[in-house]
Design a protein around this ligand. Structure first.
Ligand code: 6GU
Length: 274
């Protein structure tokens, strides 16, 4: 597991440079296509990963690489814009450096977003899915190695990794806004390749509704540290249903952008209700 001192140093670096207290209880990890939402924030102070001690620079072009303090409709939030992925060759600790820093900065609630392929044939591309549970199919955990007891248990319970009350709040707000929010299970893989038809069928049989290359390790680390987690996927492509529709990175990003419009409204509404 990560050296806790590294996470402390990263948080101290940010606190020292903010110049004033930022008492944000909500942290958000923005996935693919959600960059535009961040443009609507106020009182923004951002820190490039390249400058934060202990962080590795982000290599994914569709992701900015910065931690941000800002206000959403007057509510203070922490933001992780751009994340680290296993497919970049990052270790689970590197993948979880951001979320652990957000927790160290004082966040209690984590809203984690991502782009994912729809497996459930009832779900459409461009739709949104509230994550009720996950299957960690990466074969990895960010908790291997010595446990840092001040953060959490050696063998953390995962029976309620996603907070039911937050998910219900998201559904209630979606209903108010006239936004359709599916509910389902996210299976996390390493990527970077997408799935073969056989894998798509297999994951469906395992009970997953959407598949993606992020989130599961971060949620394990967040839950370990006691954060309440709300996960929302932007569904970027439809299951046909026997195999995923053929897709490309450009298409994934474009569709994530369309779903992101709805997610932006939903985020604003959920955050200000927390
Ligand atoms: Cl279809 N598969 C995976 N593994 N990740 C994705 C995706 C598909 N679409 C967006 N992210």
């Amino acid at each position: 597991m990560q050296n806790p001192q590294q996470v402390k140093s990263a948080a101290e670096f940010i606190r020292a440079r903010l110049g004033k207290p930022h008492d944000a209880k909500t942290a958000i990890i923005l996935g693919t296509g959600l960059g535009d939402w961040a443009k609507g924030l106020t009182e923004v102070q951002s820190f490039d990963y390249a400058d934060i001690p202990g962080f590795v620079p982000s290599t994914v072009q569709s992701h900015a690489g910065k931690l941000t303090a800002a206000l959403v409709g007057g509510c203070p939030v922490w933001l992780q814009q751009g994340r680290f992925h296993l497919y970049e060759g990052r270790t689970p600790d590197e993948v979880c450096m951001g979320v652990r820093t957000l927790a160290e900065l004082g966040a209690d609630n984590l809203i984690i977003t991502n782009a994912a392929g729809a497996l459930n044939p009832q779900f459409n591309a461009g739709g949104l899915m509230g994550i009720s549970d996950h299957i960690n199919f990466t074969g990895l955990s960010p908790l291997t190695g010595p446990n840092h007891d001040a953060w959490g248990d050696r063998f953390p319970d995962m029976s309620r990794a996603y907070d039911e009350a937050l998910l219900e709040l998201a559904h209630a707000k979606a209903l108010e806004l006239g936004i359709r929010l599916e509910r389902g299970i996210y299976i996390g893989v390493t990527g970077p390749n997408l799935e073969t038809p056989a894998e798509t069928r297999a994951f469906r049989m395992l009970g997953a509704d959407a598949v993606g290359m992020s989130t599961v390790l971060e949620v394990i680390a967040a839950h370990h540290m006691g954060l309440r987690v709300l996960g929302i996927s932007c569904l970027t492509n439809k299951n046909l249903p026997d195999c995923m529709a053929e897709t490309s990175l450009e298409e994934v990003i474009a569709t994530a952008g369309a779903a992101a419009n709805k997610l932006s409204k939903l985020l604003n509404s959920v955050i200000t209700a927390l």
